[in-house]
Design a protein around this ligand. Structure first.
Ligand code: NAP
Length: 294
């Protein structure tokens, strides 16, 4: 039996009158690896919880949140397309989730629901643990200005890098995202026509666009010749785990960092908010890796 199957079996066996409910909502949702990852985390730490996936359409979002209160569901992860719309149903929004403008984690404290965003901090924890421990003073280029970029740029700006340049196909979105980050770090938004110049000076280049994601695995958001050897090339896509962008960057002499860690650590933070315990990140990663390789 695989670790993932064992985890599911163990979680099911342990369900009793004290079992606490958790879950992820989205539309679609059946592709999600969150249930196997979180149930493995519960098993590893001895938390009597069970985590499942709920297919919630937009018209049922309010009813679902009423159900969270009624049933005492302790924690919910929120994915596409509900990260913005869910905010109106919550009692409190954490300061960073409010600044990012999206919630991916809900904590239910006796019927009082608080929304957090763990995507950006999950990404930064992964980047620091797996690729670049020190972000202070670094020049960073972020490709893309969509939902994932929002959280990532916000979390990066807290690490005191020298600069963050957001480059996007639709330049206006990059400019607007940069303008919304009124922190101490210099954040500018540009069009892709200025990407080559931005990359020449970059220590870290992060792909947050969907370019290169399965099934479009032959696409890359950038010409690897623009990358500086020794720079870190980071991609938040984890299907495939090594995108064309990362393969090209590796050949160009860059250090590479894939998107699986972001997924693991956004879940690890959610686990920690819900349980108050350190998340078993290595076990969570093992289970997700195994599932992705099946
Ligand atoms: P999103 O809000 O739809 O944003 C997509 C971004 O990609 C936009 O900036 C868009 O540019 C750009 N883009 C899309 N197609 C493009 C193309 N052909 N050429 C150039 N730019 C293009 O999506 P998202 O939620 O931010 O997600 C983006 C990616 O991150 C997805 O692949 C997703 O799977 C991945 N992701 C990974 C994790 C993780 O845990 N590792 C978490 C969240 C997301 P325009 O503004 O011009 O349209």
């Amino acid at each position: 039996m695989t670790a993932a199957a064992q985890s599911t079996a163990d979680a099911i066996q342990r369900i009793d009158s004290h079992t606490v409910l958790f879950g992820v909502i989205g539309d679609p949702i059946r592709h999600s690896k969150s249930p196997i990852m979180m149930n493995r985390a519960f098993r590893e730490t001895g938390v009597n919880g069970v985590y499942t996936a709920f297919h919630i359409t937009a018209d049922k979002l309010g009813d679902f949140i009423a159900g969270v209160r009624a049933m005492g569901i302790r924690g919910v992860n929120v994915t596409i397309p509900h990260k913005l719309d869910v905010m109106q149903y919550l009692d409190h929004i954490d300061e960073s989730a409010a600044a990012i403008g999206a919630v991916n984690t809900i904590v239910n404290n006796d019927g009082v629901l608080t929304g957090y965003n763990t995507d950006g901090i999950g990404y930064v924890r992964s980047l620091k643990e797996e690729a670049e421990a020190q972000l202070v003073g670094k020049h960073i280029v972020v490709l893309g200005a969509g939902g994932a970029a929002r959280g990532i740029v916000y979390a990066l700006s807290k690490e005191a890098p020298a600069s963050i340049t957001i480059a996007n196909r639709t330049e206006q979105r990059a400019i607007e995202l940069a303008a919304s980050m009124n922190g101490v770090t210099s954040v500018v938004g540009v069009g892709n026509d200025q990407l080559e110049r931005a990359c020449a000076n970059a220590d870290i280049i992060i792909n947050t666009t969907s370019t290169g994601m399965f099934p479009h695995v032959d696409e890359s958001p950038i010409d690897a010749a623009w990358l500086r050897p020794g720079a870190v090339a980071s991609d938040i896509i984890y299907n495939p785990m090594k995108t064309k962008f990362l393969m090209d960057a590796e050949r160009a002499g860059c250090r590479i960092h894939g998107g699986l860690g972001m997924f693991i650590y956004q879940g690890a933070y959610a686990f920690e908010y819900w349980t108050g315990q350190p998340a078993p990140a290595a076990a969570m990663r093992e289970t997700v890796l195994e599932a992705l390789q099946q």
